[in-house]
Design a protein around this ligand. Structure first.
Ligand code: ADP
Length: 200
């Protein structure tokens, strides 16, 4: 099994890269953002609840995220591997994920951290706002999402550095180039079980 976390601020291109990784390595894509947006689109009570947070650029409470993630992940325990996109986003989520994976003896192999400067993030998110149709892609909310990322999600870098699993990928280049760096990291891991700490 190959289990990957793709980690990065809003606008870093994790969603785009995840789709490409899924295709190349035949993994199952688990995006908590997509799970939440599906609930909203289906107009369920859970959707109404989580929309309140998402529209403000706040994180959805850990209990809700964990419940939905467990449910989705448990459908795919026999997959060739999983890629977690936009999850975990807090230390609590990361600890609970470790416990869940430990139980099934399927640890995280690699954590890809896609790095993009703050100016570039803001520009990209504002640029995509028009066609994304996402209610959380407005200037004020985007700035808030970036702040929330710095406060609540960035500490995860240290968490996974301690586990020796982080690969820092410079995400400031065209999609195909970033993907090239990612495949270098993943292929090296598959061949040697070694983690390259950073790819410029
Ligand atoms: P982005 O990375 O562009 O913010 P996502 O689709 O990953 O896009 O997340 C969109 C929103 O969904 C977040 O701002 C947050 O409100 C909610 N969300 C997604 N994943 C999580 C999570 N793991 N924990 C808490 N909230 C989440």
């Amino acid at each position: 099994m190959l289990n990957i976390i793709i980690f990065g601020p809003p606008g870093s291109g994790k969603g785009t890269q995840s789709a490409k990784i899924v295709e190349k390595y035949n993994l199952v894509h688990l995006s908590t953002g997509d799970l939440m947006r599906e609930e909203i689109a289906r107009d369920t009570p859970l959707g109404w609840e989580v929309k309140k947070y998402i529209d403000k650029g706040m994180l959805v409470p850990d209990e809700i995220i964990m419940r939905e993630l467990y449910e989705k992940a448990s459908e795919h325990l026999d997959a060739p591997g999983l890629i977690f996109d936009g999850f975990p986003r807090t230390i609590v989520q990361a600890e609970m994920l470790d416990q869940m994976l430990e139980k099934h003896k399927m640890p995280i192999d690699v954590v890809l951290s896609v790095d993009v400067s703050e100016e570039e993030l803001f520009q990209r998110l504002m640029g995509r706002a028009e066609d994304s149709g996402r209610s959380d892609d407005t200037a004020e909310i985007v700035l808030h999402r970036i702040e929330v990322y710095k406060e609540q999600t960035l500490p995860l870098i240290e968490f996974y550095q301690k586990q020796g699993k982080i690969v820092s990928i410079n995400g400031m280049s065209p999609v195909e180039e970033v993907f090239g760096k990612i495949t270098t990291a993943v292929d090296t891991y598959l061949e040697t079980r070694e983690i390259i700490p950073a790819i410029e």
